[in-house]
Design a binder for this molecule. Structure first.
Ligand code: CMP
Length: 138
């Protein structure tokens, strides 16, 4: 399995709840290497650009309000098979449906306030990493 990079977010709900440190520790315990990390408070426009693939969804406005409601932590995580590995560690989008021991089960509150984000494919990871980080920051 080759080393891969993925993009991850600790979302505003999890930061407000004081889960940031525990979530970062969990990320390291899972064996991910943090290649880049920054705290950022997205504007509504930033969030709309990031989630542009969802712009036709009924929850788009609410999602982008939520994602711009406070600071979040954006990260580049590296590991063998990182994209799949991080999605497994996060659990299902809806915390109510997420497996025990996953990040969303333990730190998420609802399908929108679900604590974390992770890229779903290599092309998405490339777009999302590029949205937040420049080459020199890795
Ligand atoms: P994320 O993995 O960041 O990708 C898109 C986000 O949209 C998702 O996590 C959820 O926060 C949100 N989302 C997905 N489905 C719904 C839904 N049915 N209602 C509200 N928010 C949703």
């Amino acid at each position: 399995m080759s080393t891969e990079r993925t993009f991850a977010i600790i979302k505003p709900d999890a930061m407000r709840a004081g889960f940031t440190g525990r979530m970062l520790a969990r990320i390291e315990e899972h064996g991910f290497i943090l290649r880049a990390m920054r705290m950022v408070h997205l504007s509504k426009r930033d969030a709309e650009g990031f989630y542009a693939v969802h712009r036709e969804r009924p929850f788009f406005s609410s999602l982008t309000d939520f994602m711009s409601s406070g600071p979040c932590v954006v990260m580049c995580l590296e590991a063998p098979d990182a994209i799949k590995k991080w999605r497994t560690a996060m659990g299902a989008t809806d915390p109510a449906k997420a497996d025990a021991g996953t990040m969303r089960k333990d730190f998420g509150a609802s399908i929108e306030n679900n604590a974390t984000h992770g890229s779903d494919a290599p092309e998405t990871a490339a777009f999302e990493l590029g949205y937040f980080f420049r080459g020199l920051e890795f």
